[in-house]
Design a protein around this ligand. Structure first.
Ligand SMILES: [Zn+2]
Ligand SMILES: [Zn+2]
Length: 669
């Protein structure tokens, strides 16, 4: 029948519906709960409003508010409400763009006279937004010609610029534009927009405005500086509350804050942006991480090397960095009559030169080179973030040179190696992404790509990790695996990368002599495990909320004599522990009460606080306060404790059963 159309639902089932049926009708016919959770729909994969009539046979899916796409619709709709509130409260304000982002949304404004929003303004705006939500204003889509659009936004220069520049993602097509109107008191509020939106403002409500920041229009510092308001929005008050709690927890664990509190590191302004100083306690942790890394690499048959921090331009021309990576490099220094030397952004070319320092036979392969190599990369000051994004950092960088036959087994063992080391640091949840050959340009033969990509898949499958495939997202020089881990509060961090490379061996004309006595080209695998030592350290600080496992803790035990007369014994205890390889300090009784010293040591998240008094001196014992324990243990023999703590260090354990768990819980104990 002509006035019926067939729709296909996500489960593959088909339905006949009258032409002009809306996705909301479809949702309602499936169930009340689905209709209630619906915020938008997909018709043949395109996101549309719930009231968009279905005019022809199509695949129809309902987008609900608890999905990423659904939340993006909620967030973007909330951004419209915020823009309406700002335009109400600040007559003459200009509005620019307001997209959804991870966990929320923002909108950019220009206030008359270059005024700035204050914290109080955020409260007023939020209050006005609640009124708009309460008013149940529908979101109505309108399509206009380009000229009508320009007229509609006659006094909104940013909207006009978008229309003139044509940006379909903002609702400005070649000849037509789409807008969404919230009618009320006359014409109401209208915004240039591609949509979709929720049916009405009443559908919103679980939101909060978070902060104001300056942002250049189009991200261009030559254009006006706008006022950006960030907000978050969720499908329910409960989801919003959980999000706010996660933020609070992340702030409590912030490595920049804990870095100062625990005296681990600092970023003095005199040093320059994106560069860290490692204080003695931070340096101890870093050295423990690096020593462990070196040991593991040596066990796995890597050759450890050192290479310089700068190299001549010719090296970076051969490697291709000056062609493809110049923006990420520091500017050159002129030395020796016009020779340009660049700080290294990567270690790869140096390791290639080591490979090339001799004739290699297939019997020498795979050749695994490892370096804790410090590199320098230019990052815009706006993206710098503590240790997570710096301008100078140390990669735990390996390059493996192998024959084509060795790629599969090598990748498998590499992946196992990477996961073992990450587990040793206390992580247990991993995910992987495989990036495959880009559609356009790439180097390497079809056979090479197929072999390397298959090898990555085989390695991942053997590891049992869950993974996503980023189709065509590989670099032009080879496919790769990225390993992500989840920290104690569920955040996902990209850490390790295994990258196959067909290009550099070609650029550097690398060779090995095969069993056939002919010359062949090796394949190169780049592998960073921590990624950067600095960033991994930052993740560790946040994962453990500064309460490092004993083997990493800057101070592993603090000895507290109850009174002056116990100090000699306290020093003896410290000496015995130090001899056993334990990092120990003594806080003597001169200045502080015992209680104040116990608190001080606990604030520093020291794994063991050891208190010694009269009975201990007589019996050669200790009072042991283990971090996270409810009660101190009294009368523990000194030798018994030495055995216990050294075993814990060797096993990379912690005093707590769940070391990365709630730090408040641990502190309360
Ligand atoms: Zn919109
Ligand atoms: Zn590399």
């Amino acid at each position: 029948m002509a006035d019926q159309v067939t729709i296909t639902l996500p489960d593959g089932s088909e339905r006949e519906v009258p032409r002009g049926t809306t996705p909301l009708d479809v949702a309602a016919s499936i169930g009340k709960r689905l209709a209630k959770a619906a915020v938008a729909a997909k018709i043949d994969g395109a996101l549309v409003d719930l009231d968009r009539p279905i005019e022809a046979a199509a695949e129809v899916a309902i987008v609900t508010d608890d999905t990423d796409e659904g939340r993006a619709v909620l967030r973007h709709s909330t951004a419209h409400v915020m823009a309406q509130a700002v335009l109400d409260l600040f007559p003459g304000a200009k509005f620019a763009i307001g997209p959804p982002i991870a966990d929320g949304f923002y909108y950019d404004f220009e206030l008359p006279g270059g005024a700035h929003f204050s914290e109080d303004d955020l409260e007023r705006i939020e209050a006005r937004m609640r009124e708009i939500v309460g008013a149940d204003q529908p979101f109505v889509r309108e399509e206009l010609s380009r000229d009508e659009g320009l007229d509609l936004f006659a006094d909104q220069p940013y909207k006009r610029e978008i229309i003139e520049g044509v940006d379909p993602s903002e609702g400005a097509g070649e000849g037509a534009v789409s807008v969404y109107r919230n009618p009320h008191d006359g014409d109401g509020f209208v915004d240039l927009c591609r949509g979709p939106h929720v049916p009405s403002t009443k559908r919103l409500g679980a939101f909060k405005l978070m902060k104001v920041a300056g942002a250049y229009w189009r991200g261009d510092e030559k254009r006006p500086m706008l006022q950006r308001i960030y907000g978050t929005a969720w499908e329910s008050a409960k989801a919003l509350e959980e999000h706010l709690r996660r933020i609070e927890e992340a702030e409590r664990r912030d490595h920049r804050r804990l870095g100062v509190e625990l005296d681990l590191l600092s970023f003095p302004e005199e040093l320059g942006a994106g560069l860290a100083l490692w204080h003695p306690k931070g340096a101890v942790v870093r050295r423990a991480m690096e020593d462990f890394s070196r040991q593991q690499h040596e066990k796995a048959d890597y050759a450890l090397v050192y290479t310089p921090h700068i190299a001549r331009s010719t090296l970076w021309e051969t490697s291709g960095h000056l062609d493809f990576y110049a923006d990420g490099m520091y500017p050159p220094m002129e030395l020796d009559e016009g020779h340009a030397y660049y700080p290294k952004p990567m270690n790869c070319p140096f390791h290639i030169l080591i490979y090339k320092s001799d004739i290699r036979s297939y019997r020498d392969l795979p050749m695994r080179i490892f370096e804790l190599g410090t590199v320098y990369r230019y990052e815009r000051s706006g993206v710098l973030h503590g240790l997570m994004r710096t301008r100078g950092f140390t990669q735990d960088d390996s390059h493996i040179f192998c024959t084509p036959e060795q790629v599969v087994p090598e990748l498998q063992s590499l992946l196992g190696f990477v996961l073992d080391v990450l587990r040793a640091f206390g992580f247990s949840e991993f995910e992987a992404d495989i990036s495959t050959r880009p559609a356009e340009k790439s180097v390497g033969s079809d056979a090479d790509w197929e072999m390397a990509t298959d090898a990555l898949f085989e390695a991942i499958k053997a590891s049992g990790l869950s993974y996503d495939v980023a189709e065509g997202e590989g670099a032009f020089y080879g496919p790769k695996i990225d390993i992500h881990l989840r920290d104690a509060i569920g955040r996902r961090w990209q850490m390790s990368t295994l990258q196959v490379d067909f290009q550099e061996p070609q650029r550097f004309e690398m060779e090995y002599v095969g069993a056939d006595n002919e010359r062949h080209r090796p394949i190169m695998i780049h592998r960073a495990l921590f990624g950067s030592v600095e960033r991994f350290f930052g993740v560790l600080v946040e994962h453990y909320a500064g309460a490092f496992p004993t083997w990493l803790a800057p101070v592993q035990a603090t000895v507290l004599p109850v009174a002056d007369r116990h100090e000699a014994y306290a020093r003896e205890v410290a000496g015995r522990l130090r001899d056993a390889g334990v990092r120990v300090e003594v806080l003597d009784a001169t200045h502080d009460t015992l209680g104040a010293r116990v608190r001080k040591a606990k604030m520093q998240k020291v794994p063991y606080v050891l208190v010694v008094g009269d009975d201990d001196v007589d019996g050669r014992t200790l009072g042991v306060n283990a971090r996270g324990a409810d009660q101190p243990e009294r009368g523990v023999g000194l030798e018994e404790f030495v055995t216990r703590v050294t075993a814990e260090i060797a096993e990379r354990g912690s005093p707590e059963r769940d070391p990365a768990g709630d730090p408040e819980g641990a502190a309360a104990a």
